[in-house]
Design a protein around this ligand. Structure first.
Ligand code: SME
Length: 176
């Protein structure tokens, strides 16, 4: 009789995957101060690590002062270019400065369907200097209720370590 094989990768929990990814993100971002480069890298690493993510990317707070988000670095099909604060899931996260998890986008008033295959999503606010909101991270899935508390904690941890200045100082070149 052949021995049963154990495949370690298949048994890795989501929490462990996020924890390993957070370390990898910090290592790759080391020395890089450009925020767009950092966002592009985080989006690429998340999308590569979680194949079930349909769309992974950032909407940036419009610098003109308009309460509007504008598309940033992402992985996935063409996304909407602009989203007003308060509109859709991204706009709700930006307006409330809180992570928003939506199990069924069809039941979310004002949801913006950039990709009609998206069924559930999680949006995490990204804070910069002086606690200012600089962007939101939007992750969409083709499955209903794909995101749970492990995703929220995992994504908030990665965003915090990659973009919150006190933590970012550990991984980027000091500004002169
Ligand atoms: N679903 C988002 C819009 C952006 S995309 O789907 C890429 C929302 O309702 O905020």
């Amino acid at each position: 009789m052949r021995p049963t094989q154990t495949i370690a990768i298949g048994s890795t929990s989501k929490r462990e995957r996020y924890a390993a990814l957070a370390e990898a993100v910090v290592a790759v971002l080391h020395g890089e101060a450009n925020q767009i480069a950092r966002m592009a890298t985080v989006a690429a690493m998340l999308a590569e690590s979680f194949e079930e993510f349909l769309w992974t990317g950032f909407y940036l707070v419009e610098e003109s002062g308009a309460d509007e988000l504008v598309i940033g670095p992402y992985q996935g099909k063409l996304g909407c270019l602009r989203i007003p604060f308060g509109r859709g899931v991204c706009g709700a996260a930006a307006a409330t400065r809180k992570t928003v998890v939506v199990d069924d986008v069809d039941a979310f008033p004002g949801h913006i369907a950039c990709d009609s295959r998206a069924r559930s999503e999680v949006v995490v606010p990204v804070f910069g200097l002086a606690d200012a909101l600089i962007a939101v991270l939007d992750v969409d899935s083709a499955a209903v209720a794909a995101f749970d508390q492990d995703d929220v904690i995992g994504l908030e941890t990665i965003v915090g370590r990659a973009f919150t200045p006190a933590r970012q100082a550990l991984t980027s070149v000091a500004a002169k």
